[in-house]
Structures are given as C-alpha cells and as structure tokens.
Ligand binder design. Structure first.
Ligand SMILES: [Cu+2]
Length: 109
C-alpha cells in the first residue's frame, strides 16, 4: 500500500508543477522573423518572462543594455531565455546582434 501512496503523491506533485508552469506566474515572448512578439509586455512584479526563439536558423539575444548589464548568451532556435523581474519599472531591451530588434518590459505592483 505504501508505494501506492508514494506514487499518488508524486503524481500530484508533478501535476502541480505542470499547473504552475502554465499559470499566471509566467509570461511569454516569442522571437520570430527578427521580432519580439509582443514588442511591449506588461507583467506583475515577481513574474518570470520566457523568451522563446522560434526562428528556423537565426540566433538572438535578450539584452537589457540600459541596465548596464553584459550581453547574455545567444538564444538559438528552439531555445528559451528566462528572466524574473523583482523590481517595478519600464525596462527596454534589445537583441545584441540586431540592434533594431527592440522590446520593452513594464513591471507593476
Ligand atoms: Cu536578433
């Protein structure tokens, strides 16, 4: 009987994780055809944004240059980049290799 209880607990835990991943704590930006979609995104403080590269071949980056940060690693097709926003404000970013690719994240309470 014990292993069945364990299995149930494990199944429930897995289910909860799945629900959480698709829940309201996550926001998504698609990168396609040299664009961030949506270009402007509004989230609540503490939320995480996932950028997903849906290009066939082209790599990009999500660089918050105005924050004085170094450019992060490139995101290759079918790869993701995640970032949690703990401060409120308006945060412009751009793609390192393609300066014309820009986006803005607005974080509110
Ligand atoms: Cu790019």
């Amino acid at each position: 009987m014990k292993w069945q209880t364990l299995l149930l607990a494990f199944t429930l835990a897995t289910f909860n994780i799945t629900v959480f991943a698709g829940g309201e704590n996550e926001a998504q930006v698609i990168i396609k055809k040299f664009e961030f979609i949506p270009q402007q995104i509004s989230i609540k403080r503490g939320q995480t944004i996932t950028w997903e590269n849906r290009e066939k071949r082209q790599y990009h980056s999500v660089w918050f240059e105005a924050l004085g940060e170094e450019e992060p690693d490139y995101i290759f097709p079918d790869e993701n980049y995640e970032r949690e926003f703990k401060e409120t404000g308006t945060f412009p970013y751009r793609c390192g290799p393609h300066p014309r690719m820009t986006g803005t994240v607005t974080v509110t309470d």
